[in-house]
Structure formats: C-alpha cells, structure tokens
Ligand binder design. Sequence first.
Ligand code: HMG
Ligand code: MG
Length: 286
Amino acid sequence: MTDVTIFEVGPRDGLQNEKQFVPTDIKVDLINRLVDAGINKIECTSFVSPKWVPQMADAMDVMSAIDRKDNVTYSALTPNERGMHAALEANVSEVAVFAAASESFSQKNINCSIEESLTRFDPVMKLAKENGLKVRGYVSCVTHCPYEGAIDPAMVKMVGEKLLEMGCYELSLGDTIGKAHPQDIQKLIETVTQTISIGNLALHLHDTYDRALENMQMGLDLGIRTFDSSVAGLGGCPYAEGASGNVSTEAAVHLIHENGFSTGVELAALHEVVEFISLTMNSLSD
Ligand code: HMG
Ligand code: MG
C-alpha cells in the first residue's frame, strides 16, 4: 500500500498525439518497462475510432502482447459500447469513460454534447458492472477550454456527480490545456468537494505552461492522493490544439517523494524508461 497513486497515462495520452505511428512492439515494451519500474496503474491504450485517433488503432494488439502482472491495473479508454466490447475482449483490468465540462470540447473530442456523452456511457457502465470491471471517469477542461475559455467549477461538479452516480469509482479532473494556476486548482477542488469526497478525485495535469508541478503541489496540499502522469512528459490531446504533455511521471514521483509520501515507483528504474522512450521517439522522428 502506497500513500499516493501514480496513474501512468503515457502509453495512451502520451502517444495518442504522435503523428508518426509508434510500432506496437515499442508501445508494449514501454508498458512492460513502466510496470517493472513500479507503476501499478497504467492506461495502456484507447478503444476509440481509428479514424479519429489513428495512433491507437493497435489497441487490441497492444493489450494482447503485454506481460500481465498481478496487482497491476491495465486500463483503457472506452468512449462507447463498441469500445467497451473491444476492451472486454482485450481483457483490460478496468476502463475509463471521458466527458468534459465544456460543450464545445465535448463536440470536438467525441462528437456529441455532454448530455449525449453520458447517455453513451450507460451501456459501458452496464457492461462493466456485468463483467466486474471498475470504471474511471474523466472530466476534461476543468478550469479552461481551448474553445470556451474559463470554465465554471460548478459545471465540473455537476458532470462529476453524474459520472459518480453512474458508477465511476474515481473522477480524474483534467486540466487539458495546462492553463490552470494553483489558485484555479484550489477553487476547483473546494467547489467539487462540496458534494464529492476528495478520496474520489484524481488530478490529470497537462504541463503546457510549466505549471503542472505547482498545480500538483496544490492538489497534494488539499488532500488529493492520485495523480495522472506521463513518462518523459509525452503527449497532448489531438482535439485541444497547443496542449502539450502531461506532467512527467519522473517529476511527479520526485515531488511526491520530496513531500514525504511513498509511490512504490523506483526513480532510478524510471529514469531508464525515460531514456529508453526518449531515444526511441527521437529515432522514430529522424
Ligand atoms: P462518431 O463519428 O460520432 O461516432 O464518433 P459513430 O458512432 O458515428 O462512428 C464513426 C465511425 O467510428 C464508424 O466507422 C464507427 O464504426 C467507428 P465508419 O462507419 O465510419 O467506418 N467507431 C469505432 N471504431 C472503433 N472503436 C470504437 C468506435 N466507435 C465508433 N469505439 C467517437 C464518436 C467517440 C467514436 C469518436 O469521436 C472518437 O473515437 N473519439 C476519440 C476521441 C479521443 O480519443 N480523444 C482523445 C482522448 S480524450 C483526452 O485525451 C483527454 C484526457 O486525456 C483528459 C484530459 O486531458 O482532459 C482523457
Ligand atoms: Mg489528457
């Protein structure tokens, strides 16, 4: 049991925006190496439309080739019933649905309104329950939207409440474009925890403006104990122009350890994974 959970999203959020197709064996190697470094929650891929996100077209192959270790959660994004059926066939350990606190982002990202997205999640939740899988719920654009600007935290609370009512065990609050300042994170958490327990919250911070670590520190200070991060800070969202990667896993782990909390992640081993994926990505882009 560790004090703070790192939810590694590099293989999904980190790679989804790469223009050049990253070969399946590299994705698989990356996942295995991260788990060997002590990561025990990892988002491996997405069961989304390959027309929308071509990089994730090998979701089934990735899931069938990874080594599986006990007590490790191998998760995947599932936007709809079709994605959920595929995820079940791929034997994922849990899934994640993704909604937004901004109507415009919802339209651009998953081609439907927030309300419609929740309706699309109904069969996903039903199938998850029947198959004993936990479901994580993302809320994107929790402080800022690339299309609408500042977002009212009350909207995040409303969407979050619905996702929890539907059966999600955790909400991952996404600063999709990394525009939040620590005071925005504070206001967000204070508003959301008016009705939602802090234990149900995770932070998913993109590092576009180099503020992800400060924002993470604010989250830690306010009692958040799960953080999403991406090895080597890879990533971005294809439907949020200018969004850069998530806070890097190595910086996140370092910050958490500095605060006196355990993560179960070995920093030296993690740095070897950073080197591996950085060299690999550089050689792919040559
Ligand atoms: P749509 O076009 O509205 O849906 O897309 P559709 O049902 O009309 O389907 C369109 C085509 O996709 C059809 O194929 C379907 O069969 C196929 P066609 O007939 O044209 O050949 N299709 C699928 N194929 C594979 N798997 C599926 C699937 N569903 C439909 N599950 C849809 C709706 C949701 C599918 C689409 O908009 C989509 O795939 N969007 C993906 C968006 C995405 O992955 N975004 C990035 C992840 S979210 C993110 O990064 C934010 C996050 O990190 C948090 C944060 O940072 O804030 C989580
Ligand atoms: Mg993200």
